[in-house]
Design a binder for this molecule. Structure first.
Ligand SMILES: Nc1ncnc2c1ncn2[C@@H]1O[C@H](COP(=O)(O)OP(=O)(O)OP(=O)(O)O)[C@@H](O)[C@H]1O
Ligand SMILES: [Mg+2]
Length: 253
């Protein structure tokens, strides 16, 4: 199953969710491929230390623009069952380069994944904070969408546009079967704003909202800076507990 983690709003915990969902599924014995499509390379840098230079040829850029197969780009991480396709800062111009491409510019990622789909139980795609062609490629390649929503003020902004983009991808026949798997409340706390957003999301998305909410938890941020996932960095933290619950929900959906 291929799952895109997406929301064009920045800083809502897309990468944190992609990393820890992928790691949690791998710990449950599932074979997982994590694809970083964000030129910011945050997810990539959790698994490949920032001191190590990324060879452009061995990153997603080459797959999307030069059409090289993903199988030549995949790297094992130090964690069992967890492989990664690294991003590259050059991907920041990929939207423009793809826009000029005449053939299959929305289906590049889908084609690059090809029958790798059968080699992995889950392919998790981390998306950039935009609804450009990279994100359209993620949506076209995916079976399901997981939308993290930060439960602060303005949380709902942009969700209608996100849903319209999903409909566009379905109606243009790019991916008629794309479905929203779930909406995940992130940065949850005990404030009224956080509770209000949770209620608004439930009113709008109903059962699509995951029962699990991810609380504000500094261990999640620390794990990134230690170049690992939350289950290794702080297995007893509130963040680890919450992502573990999310893994269970994803396995059951
Ligand atoms: N539950 C949490 N509690 C505390 N900090 C968090 C939590 N989730 C994420 N963070 C931190 O918040 C910041 C934004 O998270 P993250 O990078 O995952 O968001 P994003 O949606 O991927 O951002 P972008 O849109 O830039 O790609 C990071 O510094 C991350 O470590
Ligand atoms: Mg991110």
């Amino acid at each position: 199953m291929i799952i895109s983690i997406a929301n064009q709003k920045g800083g809502v915990a897309k990468s944190t969710t992609a990393i820890n969902l992928a790691a949690g599924l791998a710990l449950e014995g599932r074979k997982v491929l994590l694809i970083d499509t964000d030129p910011q390379t945050n997810t990539t840098r959790v698994f490949i230390h920032p001191d190590i230079e990324l060879d452009l040829e061995k990153t997603l850029y080459n797959s999307l623009i030069k059409l090289s197969p993903l199988s030549t780009i995949i790297r094992h991480t130090k964690f069992p069952n967890l492989d990664i396709v690294p991003s590259h800062i050059r991907l920041s111009s990929a939207d423009l380069e793809l826009a000029q491409a005449l053939d299959n510019r929305s289906e590049r990622l889908k084609r690059a994944i090809g029958n790798l789909k059968d080699k992995y139980d889950y392919i998790i795609i981390d998306s950039p904070p935009s609804l450009g062609l990279i994100t359209i490629n993620s949506f076209t390649a995916s079976d399901k969408l997981l939308i993290p929503v930060s439960t602060g003020f303005f949380a709902m902004t942009g969700l209608v546009q996100l849903q319209e983009t999903v409909e566009m991808v379905k109606q243009n026949q790019l991916n008629p079967n794309l479905e929203i798997m779930g909406v995940l409340c992130t940065f949850a706390d005990n404030t009224n704003v956080s509770k209000d957003v949770n209620n608004q999301l439930r009113a709008h998305f109903g059962d699509l909202v995951f029962n699990t909410s991810i609380p504000k938890n500094v261990s999640l941020e620390e794990a990134h800076s230690r170049h690992t996932h939350i289950f290794e960095h702080a297995p007893n933290s509130a963040g680890a507990q919450a992502y573990k619950e999310l893994v269970k929900e994803v396995l059951s959906r």
